[in-house]
Design a protein around this ligand. Structure first.
Ligand code: FAD
Length: 445
């Protein structure tokens, strides 16, 4: 198998890094990539993490997209076994018509099974079902030693917990078992209502935690003063009956938007329009499952909207007790910066994940994009990092490209345990990424 030198980036299109990429088609070829190369190595799924997490400058990247076979399905337990490169949307397309669904879906169906495990991703129903790793029954892992090991929470508790949310640093996930949930239908009954400010939004999300299976808030990050935190709350439950199968083709963004197209005014107008779509009295609709779970996938390459310079995403979680204060500070800082961010996403999370570096903890998570301008964008990220730390929160590594190593160490309390596992399974530091080097994940020195 031959390598191809590629320029790669994450979904935010910055930074860009060059690496030797291999695209194995069989598990034996994946193993050969490890044994025949000598530099640092990293698995990469569909590159839907935003920053430098799936990059390995000057090293080797193993593209898993052709390792995408289904291996087995148990119709009694719902347990699916599949290779790690299969996308979540392919799993859904095959199983939703048969009455099964992934219990956890991030906001894009293009993430792979391996990527979903490596970030222990969460969905709009975290309060009820936890994150992706809670439904993973076993993982087949290619270790730095060349050994392929099938691990479970019982057989290898530390390695299993390090691999869930472990950013690809414990080895290459070759395949995994995940338990699907019963889907009463292929559609959701969605309620949308306008919310006027942050306090009301948090109260409405708190109520939704108890009353709805899914909830997500879309917030106008440009709103200020009395309107700070205004937006639209969507809550949803499965519809009682299915809709006709839908085979919609995604629209494409044909070119990079020029920088001037995105400014404070155009973004403010878009955000206001989004708010006003929903009547004051709210509205209800029944929609196909993928429209609700993956609304952004309807526009392929939407990351081009931010222009050639790309963008950064900031996502943090602030614990329940400090969330009101922390979110207010964050939104004030963001709107004052006039950094032209489209709608921010606000969701609740129910508790800690099983992974040592899992992002979720009980609290409120805020996520939003900023078009990359210059050093002032990094300065803004640092101010948001400080506010997050001051309120006991943490930043999500799947979205990050700007966090400091010191901030990271403060935010992730199980980092010491994670480092001990790496020391045991990969003492030479074979697996690495640009993010792991920037954040000094392996060791503080
Ligand atoms: C529009 C959009 C919406 C999103 N919404 C959410 C959301 O709601 N919730 C959420 O949690 N996340 C969300 N994400 C983030 C996304 O789910 C994660 O970044 C996910 O990890 C991407 O999967 P991927 O296969 O593209 O991984 P990549 O981006 O290719 O890689 C991400 C990490 O996973 C590792 N990895 C990938 N495959 C393997 C493997 N086989 N073995 C070992 N390590 C591997 C890589 O080394 C890297 O560290 C969103 C992303 C986008 C673009």
């Amino acid at each position: 198998m031959r390598a191809k030198t590629l320029q790669l980036s994450g979904w935010g299109r910055r930074p860009v890094a060059q690496a030797d990429a291999y695209r194995p088609e069989k598990l034996s070829e994946a193993k050969a990539v490890l044994t025949t190369t000598e530099t640092s190595l990293l698995a990469r799924g569909n590159g839907r993490s935003y920053g430098d997490q799936a990059l390995n400058s000057g090293g080797v990247v193993m593209l898993t997209e052709r390792l995408d076979r289904l291996m087995s399905f148990d119709a009694e337990t719902g347990e699916l076994a599949a290779e790690a490169g299969i996308s979540l949307r392919d799993i859904q397309r095959l199983f939703v018509p048969r009455g099964w669904i992934l219990p956890v879906s991030p906001g894009t169906g293009f993430a792979t099974l391996g990527g979903a495990i490596a970030n222990d991703v969460h969905g709009k129903n975290h309060d009820h079902v936890g994150s992706f790793g809670s439904h993973v029954t076993w993982i087949e892992l290619l270790l730095a030693s060349g050994e392929v090991k099938r691990i479970t929470a019982e057989s290898d508790p530390a390695l299993f917990a390090a691999t869930l949310g472990g950013c690809g640093l414990t080895g290459v996930i070759l395949s995994a078992g995940v338990r699907l949930a019963k889907a009463p239908s292929n559609a959701y009954r969605v309620t949308e209502r306008r919310i006027g400010d942050l306090t009301s939004f948090m109260a409405a999300l708190e109520e939704a935690r108890h009353n709805s299976a899914y909830s997500v808030g879309w917030i106008d990050g440009m709103a200020r003063g009395a309107h700070l935190g205004r937006g639209v709350l969507e809550t949803a439950d499965f519809a009682p009956t299915s809709l006709p199968e839908q085979q919609k083709h995604a629209k494409r963004v044909p070119f990079d938007f020029p920088g001037f197209a995105l400014n404070g005014l155009s973004v403010s107008l878009f955000n206001k329009f989004y708010d006003r779509r929903v009547p004051v009295t709210g509205r209800e609709r029944t929609t196909y499952y993928s429209n609700f779970l993956y609304p952004l996938d309807a526009l392929r390459d939407w990351n081009k909207i931010y222009g050639k310079k790309g963008f950064v995403q900031f996502q943090c979680v602030i614990p329940d007790v400090t969330a009101a204060e922390g979110l207010k500070w964050l939104l004030e800082e963001i709107s004052a910066a006039r950094a032209a961010s489209f709608l921010a996403v606000l969701k609740t999370l129910g508790g800690d994940g099983r992974g040592m570096l899992s992002f979720p903890t009980r609290g409120y998570t805020l996520a939003l994009d900023f078009p990359w301008k210059d050093a002032s964008t990094t300065d803004l990220m640092r101010r948001l990092e400080r506010i997050t730390l001051n309120h006991g929160g943490r930043i999500y590594l799947a979205k990050d490209s700007a966090l400091s190593a010191e901030g990271f160490a403060e935010m992730y309390p199980r980092l010491g345990e994670f480092r001990s596992v790496l020391e045991e399974v990969d003492p030479q530091g074979r697996f690495a990424s640009d993010q792991s080097r920037r954040l000094k994940i392996r060791s503080a020195s």
